[in-house]
Write a protein that binds this ligand. Structure first.
Ligand SMILES: [Zn+2]
Length: 268
């Protein structure tokens, strides 16, 4: 369990699903409230992600006795710093004990925008019903279901992902021994073997800070739904989505750049 910081509260307000609890260790200093100054959110007026800030006064004031955060409810209202028009509001219940602080979001306005990634929607077009269900489950914090749907979609589409990788490596003259490893991944081999191969089947430029998204995908795919709690499954489902999103978007944009470069140079 991590000690509660402003960053945790920001993440919680921005991302937590309604009616799911998150528990934190109580910080060393006593917070008076869950107050934070700023969140980031999509602004419907500005049509982009903007900082939203709390515009009221913080209360208290010099010489006032310092209060301690107690169990109860907190209301947050943040206003877009650019248009001063759009507001994001949150209702949070907090349960404070000597050691821990538990948070639950029980209200949110505007209704949270479900993150249907257009690239993934296209990539998963043969499984769009499953992807839609996975997105809804992720947004509601239904971890076991989200993990099961994400696993199914990725198992169905991993061949296509390997094809995209193959095409990328073929056209960039990267280390061609990687191609052998990719074709090995298409064979029927035990999952433990696949994880090992996948961890060595990627060009360096697709492993940001040494993190290998393909290896991670196989690692998480090898982990069964039955073993884990709802919370851990939710984390796994998010990992799957993050890894596949990174790979699909990197590969698609590199391909697009290659093609536009080719057509530009070709027309000169
Ligand atoms: Zn705005």
């Amino acid at each position: 369990m991590e000690k509660l910081t402003d960053k945790h509260i920001k993440d919680f307000l921005e991302n937590a699903s309604l009616y799911t609890w998150q528990e934190f260790e109580r910080p060393d200093f006593d917070r008076e409230s869950l107050w934070i100054n700023e969140i980031d959110a999509y602004c419907e007026t500005c049509k982009q992600s903007r900082p939203f800030q709390y515009l009221g006064s913080r209360g208290g004031g010099a010489g006032m006795p310092r209060k301690q955060l107690t169990s109860g409810q907190s209301f947050f209202q943040f206003t877009c710093v650019s248009c001063h028009n759009e507001k994001h509001e949150y209702l949070v219940e907090q349960v404070v004990s000597d050691e821990t602080i538990k948070l639950q979001k029980y209200g949110e306005l505007p209704r949270k925008h479900l993150d249907r990634d257009p690239l993934l929607q296209k990539f998963f077009s043969n499984d769009k019903d499953y992807y839609e269900k996975a997105v809804v489950c992720l947004a509601n914090g239904y971890g076991i279901a989200a993990f099961a749907y994400m696993r199914r979609i990725i198992e169905n589409n991993i061949g296509e992902l390997l094809d995209m990788l193959q095409e990328e490596i073929n056209s960039t003259n990267a280390d061609h021994s990687l191609l052998d490893k990719l074709s090995e991944l298409k064979k029927e081999t035990p999952m433990s073997e696949k994880i090992k191969v996948a961890n060595n089947a990627m060009p360096d430029y697709l492993t940001p800070s040494g993190l290998n998204p393909l290896g991670r995908l196989y690692q998480v795919l090898s982990e069964g739904v039955h073993k884990y709690s709802d919370e851990v499954c939710l984390e796994r489902a998010n990992t799957l989505q993050t890894c596949i999103k990174y790979l699909v978007s990197e590969l698609a944009s590199r391909k697009k750049n290659r093609e536009s470069f080719k057509s530009l140079i070709g027309s000169l």
